[in-house]
Design a protein. Structure first.
Length: 166
């Protein structure tokens, strides 16, 4: 939410996260699809607000820094519109929260690493750094014990390869 325009380098495809929750800063690479979506957003924002009153990257319809509550509300409405949460009258029903995306990302990354035969124990500090965690133990809270991940981890521990072979 505190990203400034200078923190987002769309040419290089990176975002600079300054002074995160635990006071750490880091550079985060962007997937090409994310880079393209952010570039489109930046172009649209420049048209709507050619002379912004803020350095914030994400802005409201009034051109002010986007608040966390507005972002959460918009996320709730969008996830309701695509059927990920029930719409209940004027209020949007319970459903995914935007922080759930970090849990999904963490779990899917581990599944991909197991499938690729990567040593997850050795790679986990990389994922922790990417997420901005000061300790690998903090990353464990983001891992969902989905059956596929549990099976892949079991297979690796028992010496079987991903995909079922010995």
């Amino acid at each position: 939410m505190r990203l400034e325009q200078a923190d987002v380098d769309l040419k290089r495809g990176i975002v600079f996260i300054r002074d995160s929750k635990v006071g750490k800063s880091r550079v985060v690479p962007l997937h090409e699809s994310t880079r393209a979506a952010l570039a489109k957003y930046a172009r649209d924002r420049a048209v709507r607000h050619p002379h912004p009153q803020t350095h914030a990257f994400f802005v409201s319809v009034w051109g002010r820094p986007l608040s966390g509550s507005a972002a959460r509300r918009t996320f709730a409405h969008l996830t309701g519109a695509v059927g990920l949460r029930p719409a209940t009258g004027r209020r949007v029903g319970r459903g995914p929260r935007w922080q759930d995306l970090r849990h999904t990302f963490t779990t899917r990354t581990l599944v991909e690493w197991y499938r690729a035969g990567r040593d997850v124990t050795r790679a986990l500090p990389i994922l922790s750094t990417y997420l901005g965690h000061s300790d690998v133990a903090h990353t464990y809270w983001y891992i969902a014990g989905i059956p596929e991940l549990l099976q892949l981890a079991t297979d690796q521990l028992s010496g079987r390869r991903a995909g079922g072979g010995q």
